[in-house]
Design a protein around this ligand. Structure first.
Ligand SMILES: [Zn+2]
Length: 162
């Protein structure tokens, strides 16, 4: 639909809904340029979102392939072990995130020594290590070196308050 037609429809709607404000001049009429600008903005947003989607799924697929390769190496290309895995994976939806998660779980099962190097949450290991709540990474199960802070003696705490 042409931008001028859309602007006209919008103005008609505004005039019908708010007649007093419209005829009192308190509502600015919508122009065709404003409609065009809004359309360009939405098209740009859409393109940006599609780009992010493609990039994310490419990354997820790359990781799924990496994990799968490691699992196949870990089981020494034994097809009696691999065939049930592929049969199981076929039951999941075709979206790449399912394959990535599936192969990550198999990697934790068959090659846990490789997990800390490939952990998707590797950048948080240090920060989580500082928290007492995380003794190990919830994703790759590697032990995080948590060092409890020495608590000052009770006497010193009371002196600090006073
Ligand atoms: Zn981790």
């Amino acid at each position: 639909m042409k931008a001028s037609t859309v602007a006209k429809q919008k103005n008609n709607r505004l005039r019908k809904r708010y007649p007093l404000l419209w005829w009192g001049g308190l509502i600015e009429p919508v122009t065709a340029e404003q409609v065009e600008e809004k359309r360009r903005f939405h098209i740009a947003k859409q393109a940006e979102s599609e780009e992010r989607w493609v990039k994310f799924h490419a990354d997820v697929l790359r990781r799924a392939h990496e994990y799968m390769t490691i699992v196949i190496e870990a089981v020494d290309e034994d097809w009696r072990t691999l065939q049930p895995m592929f049969d199981q994976l076929r039951k999941y939806p075709a979206a790449p995130v399912y394959a990535s998660t599936f192969w990550w779980r198999k990697l934790l099962e068959y090659a846990p020594a490789e997990a800390p190097r490939l952990c998707p949450n590797k950048q948080f290991h240090e920060a989580w290590g500082a928290l007492s709540a995380h003794r190990q990474c919830p994703t790759c199960k590697v032990a995080l070196n948590y060092v409890p802070k020495p608590t000052p003696p009770r006497q010193l705490i009371i002196e600090g308050i006073l």
